[in-house]
Design a protein around this ligand. Structure first.
Ligand code: SF4
Length: 209
């Protein structure tokens, strides 16, 4: 990575971490994917039950593979035939892994969901939530974060899942109400009532979308 981008990301991450702290959440900065994986594992005690909600970034840093290979009770929702049972198990997990669709410089997390299993588990249920967030997700403010979520993350997800939405065809949000829409619920996490519940690892890399 270009040295100037490296320096810029390190400085910007400190601003985001300060914002998270003001919101009763804990932020960390990892200089690369390997450091991010080690940091995440340090937050997850062995023996914990762990699950996740579409956390592409956790896959990209090798965290999911490490958890599956390690001494953890990894709840793999893809292994459940009964999807409702998988969702209910997630609410009772010790740790929930997630990426974010966007995060603001002052520490607010934005996530969009269709089924709402991910946003509901972020909001309530699992004892601890660990976000893995690439620096590509940092936006100036809430308006920018919402625009990123709707015009970058959502269209790519719609294309990835082969959904019939306007954004899957045009690449931009048309504010649809199509049956396939993945924009059913918007969660802005602006404060955590429970200290030590939400942890955000900012990674000096481009992760997810
Ligand atoms: S509202 Fe519809 S068009 Fe806009 S991002 Fe969501 S699914 Fe795509």
């Amino acid at each position: 990575m270009n040295e100037n981008i490296f320096k810029r990301n390190a400085l910007l991450a400190q601003k985001v971490i300060k914002g998270l702290e003001s919101r009763n959440m804990t932020g960390y900065y990892a200089e690369d994917r390997e450091a991010a994986k080690a940091l995440a594992l340090s937050l997850i005690p062995e023996g914990s039950s762990v699950t996740m909600g579409g956390a592409m970034s956790a896959h990209e840093i090798g965290l999911v593979e490490a958890l599956k290979a390690g001494n953890y009770d990894f709840i793999d929702r893809d292994a459940y035939e009964d999807k409702r049972a998988a969702m209910l198990a997630a609410y009772d997990a010790d740790v929930f892994l997630s990426s974010a669709n966007a995060i603001t410089e002052d520490g607010q997390l934005v996530n969009i969901d269709g089924n709402a299993n991910r946003v509901s588990a972020i909001a309530q249920g699992p004892k601890k939530v660990v976000f893995i967030v690439g620096m590509n997700k940092v936006c100036d403010d809430l308006d920018g974060a919402m625009k990123r979520a709707r015009n970058v993350a959502a269209p790519i997800n719609a294309q990835r899942f082969g959904l019939s939405t306007p954004c899957a065809k045009t690449g931009a949000c048309m504010d649809c109400k199509s049956p396939d829409t993945i924009c059913c619920q918007f969660l802005i996490t602006r404060f955590s009532r429970h200290k030590d519940r939400i942890h955000v690892i900012l990674v000096n890399d481009s992760l997810g979308f």
